[in-house]
Design a protein around this ligand. Structure first.
Ligand SMILES: [Zn+2]
Length: 258
């Protein structure tokens, strides 16, 4: 009985959150005004490497994300002067609740609400109220060669990107961050979760290229450059990725809606 009541309350909260989020997402995907993205860095593993990175993080390091989205929008025929503006906020010291490894849909719903609550509680004020919030969770690659999955809440305006400290990781970190940001705008993954390989054609930068493999770039929501058979490479920078037509449609870059 109580369990049912709890589930009902949870679903009611979710329905309210979802309605508001749906309206917000529709507004964002209209691209009528500049989207303000606030970026916050966190030391995810308590390491000195991550701490140094968090303290070093500057707006200029993230500028390529805004330039990339502007260039990709232009490539899709969108006439947007400044689609995205990035601001960096102060460091956040309280880590977000961990994503459940399993537990089904209820656990996932609970986590998505917990993340929203965490973001509401712990995100410092910034000069402009952000449309999207990007949290960069830094890890020391020496300590953690594998990091938790990153996540972009499709209807929450919240992107959590698990990234690595170190100058040589800066390029691939931007790829991860942009991928998660695009999730918040409604983009879906374009890889097979069982193999991590890009789906054809929507997950390929040049799906009709002959020969099809190796590709030289990745579709950003596929996240990997297909090389041969079952081999793929993680792009080293945004320059090695593109926003493909399927992702462009999902985030509202469709010329017929304008
Ligand atoms: Zn994804």
């Amino acid at each position: 009985m109580f369990r049912r009541l709890r589930i009902l309350i949870l679903l009611l909260i979710l329905a309210t959150v979802a309605t508001t989020a749906w309206r917000t997402e529709r507004h964002l995907r209209s691209w009528r005004s500049t989207l303000h993205v606030a970026v916050f860095a966190l030391n995810a593993d308590g390491s000195t490497a991550a701490r140094d990175e968090v303290h070093r993080l500057e707006k200029t390091q993230l500028a390529p994300i805004a330039d990339y989205i502007a260039a990709q929008a232009a490539a899709h025929g969108m006439d947007l002067t400044l689609p995205v503006r990035i601001e960096t906020g102060p460091e956040i010291t309280t880590l977000p609740p961990e994503q459940p490894a399993s537990g089904g849909m209820l656990a996932a719903i609970r986590w998505s609400l917990a993340i929203r609550y965490w973001a509401w509680r712990h995100t410092p004020e910034t000069s402009i109220r952000p449309d999207l919030r990007l949290y960069l969770l830094y890890h020391d690659p020496e300590r953690n060669p594998r990091v938790p999955d990153s996540a972009g809440l499709a209807k929450g305006g919240i992107a959590l990107a698990h990234v690595f400290a170190g100058r040589e990781m800066a390029g691939s970190n931007l790829v991860v961050a942009t991928h998660e940001l695009l999730h918040t705008l409604g983009a879906t993954d374009k890889y097979d979760p069982a193999t991590n390989l890009a789906l054809h054609p929507e997950g390929y930068a040049e799906p009709w290229r002959k020969p099809r493999l190796p590709q030289t770039q990745a579709e950003i929501m596929a996240g990997r450059i297909p090389l041969r058979g079952d081999t793929a490479r993680i792009p080293a920078s945004l320059a090695e990725t593109v926003i493909g037509p399927a992702t462009a449609r999902e985030i509202g870059w469709s010329t017929d809606t304008h």
